[in-house]
Write a protein that binds this ligand. Structure first.
Ligand code: NAP
Ligand code: MG
Length: 477
């Protein structure tokens, strides 16, 4: 196999304007949270990046009251044309500060700069642009003559796409006239706090957006606060279930975007080289820390050997290493905890008799890294076929007929996404109808657009984010 030598091409970390200390954002100001400060680290080096002030339960109360005041004040009564201007300003400011945000995201999260730069940050800006366009058109969106906002939204997001998940949450909430109290994940709070600066720059009225860094207990305090009208959560199925129990019996509205174990299904008539790129993108994008990752590859038996051979060749060319290097394909695993979880599941794959192949690529000694891994001979009963690994690990299963492919694809408690690779349009439509997944991609994978609703079936959650459908979660109709 040809090995290409690349000179290092690191992006300068100075662009991130990293500060020593970051603070919670409440009522338009950065405040000293009364929680225990946390230290956020760079998972690629394990060095501390910054100290971050966190919220306590009483700060949650202050933030919810500020959000209520802002809601009852000008915000919920403002004409949509005026609200839209704030969203447009925020979108443009994200674009203006996109290099800074991309480098900061890669430092805090470990994702490759080419992804934060070309995917996370531009898509976050796109969400604000898109929802700005809806703010003055809600009466025509099919929700009746006078759709009303709900009030104060409590929003809790994970660490895998920190700024992008914030945008998915905040943009529709503001476009529909709600105010927000948001908790970023403990390991990735930094871009959310730069977003708070952007809210100040955009002269967003104080209290419309409040950002409270902290651990899971602060998330739970937001969920249980009586002043919250709606909870939007993205994260694990386990925490999602706990939140659903907490909210049961209250008038709070709830949407949950949870885990997944998506099938990426390749038929023998598929354009194979294109499919290989889609498989690689499906599972190795963002180190596999993707809820809709194509983590179960279902290949038609007749082409299984050929696909595996092509796949191993292609995966062995992926470059694992410094997230700030523009040549890096696979960056760092976000935390020691997540790395341990991946290792544990991979060991279970070995123990249950799957055939493991690991890319021979060099892997840095410091930091949390995991070489891209492909398991063949995977059976449906194995843990690596059933549980979400949330890492750069692909499980390969085979099938013979379309019916068998559907049965295997649907044999999961999840149902977030799926992929189909075939030359036949009629088969794509038939399969898409059979698959119980919120998003089905055909001859592509991991495509995101603010106009396309995203969400799950079963244990992947309920409610949709994005598009016209996504607005409904923030409206009383
Ligand atoms: P997680 O443990 O559920 O954490 C998600 C968020 O909830 C974090 O901010 C976390 O705070 C907070 N949290 C923890 N315990 C809580 C509680 N009892 N009440 C309220 N909030 C609480 O999930 P994760 O491991 O960080 O994220 C990975 C998961 O997210 C995966 O399962 C993935 O599939 C899913 N995900 C889904 C989507 C989707 O759209 N469907 C998108 C991305 C990720 P801490 O950070 O302090 O723990
Ligand atoms: Mg970090």
């Amino acid at each position: 196999m040809p090995v290409f030598e690349y000179a290092p091409a690191p992006e300068s970390r100075a662009i991130a304007n990293l500060k020593d200390h970051y603070k919670p954002f409440v009522d338009g100001e950065f405040v000293d949270g009364s929680g225990e400060p946390l230290k956020t680290i760079n998972p690629a080096t394990e060095e501390v990046l910054a100290e971050v002030g966190t919220a306590s339960k009483s700060d949650v109360d202050t933030a919810v009251k500020a959000a209520r005041k802002a809601y009852n004040g000008a915000w919920s009564k403002m004409p949509g044309t005026e609200r839209a201007k704030y969203l447009f300003r925020i979108a443009r400011l994200i674009q203006e500060r996109s290099r800074e945000l991309a480098v900061l995201e890669s430092l805090d999260n470990g994702k490759p700069i080419k992804e934060s730069r070309d995917s996370d940050i531009p898509t976050a800006a796109a969400h604000f642009f898109y929802h700005a366009g809806w703010a003055d058109k809600l009466e025509y969106a099919g929700y009746g003559a006078n759709p009303r906002p709900l009030g104060v939204a409590g929003q809790i997001i994970p660490w895998n796409f920190p700024l992008l998940m914030l945008a998915w949450k905040i943009a529709p909430a503001l476009a529909t006239g709600n105010t927000v109290v948001l908790k970023p994940a403990e390991t990735t709070p930094l871009t959310a706090l730069v977003f708070a600066e952007i809210c100040q720059q955009a002269e967003l009225p104080p209290g419309v957006v409040n950002i409270l860094p902290g651990a899971g207990d602060i998330g739970a305090s937001i969920v249980e606060h009586a002043g919250i009208d709606k909870i939007a959560f993205t994260g694990s199925t386990e925490v999602g279930k706990a939140i659903q129990r907490q909210v049961a019996g209250t008038p709070k509205k709830l949407t949950l975007e949870l885990g997944g174990k998506a099938a990426n299904i390749v038929f023998e008539d598929a354009p194979l080289d294109q499919a290989i790129e889609g498989i690689v993108n499906g599972i190795f994008f963002n180190q596999g820390h993707v809820c809709c990752a194509g983590s179960r590859l279902l290949v038609q038996e007749s082409i299984a050997e050929e696909v595996l051979e092509k796949l191993r060749y292609r995966v062995s060319t992926l470059r694992v290493g410094d997230p700030l290097d523009k040549n890096t394909d696979v960056g760092a695993i976000n935390s020691a905890e997540q790395l341990a979880k991946i290792r544990g599941l991979v060991e279970s794959g070995d123990a249950e008799g799957a055939q493991r192949w690991t890319s021979p690529c060099p892997v840095p000694e410091r930091g949390f890294f995991f070489a891209p891994t492909v398991f063949a001979n995977v059976h449906q009963s194995m843990r690596i076929a059933r549980e979400e690994i949330f890492g750069p690990v692909l499980s390969v299963l085979t099938f013979r007929t379309p019916d068998e492919a559907v049965a295997k694809a649907n044999n999961t408690p999840y149902g977030l996404s799926a992929g189909i690779w075939t030359e036949k349009g009629s088969r794509i439509l038939w399969m898409a109808n059979q698959l119980r997944a919120g998003v089905v991609w055909a001859n592509t994978f991991n495509r995101f657009d603010p106009a396309a609703p995203f969400g799950g079936y079963q244990e992947s959650g309920f409610g949709r984010e994005g598009g016209r459908t996504g607005l409904e979660a923030y409206l009383s109709v």
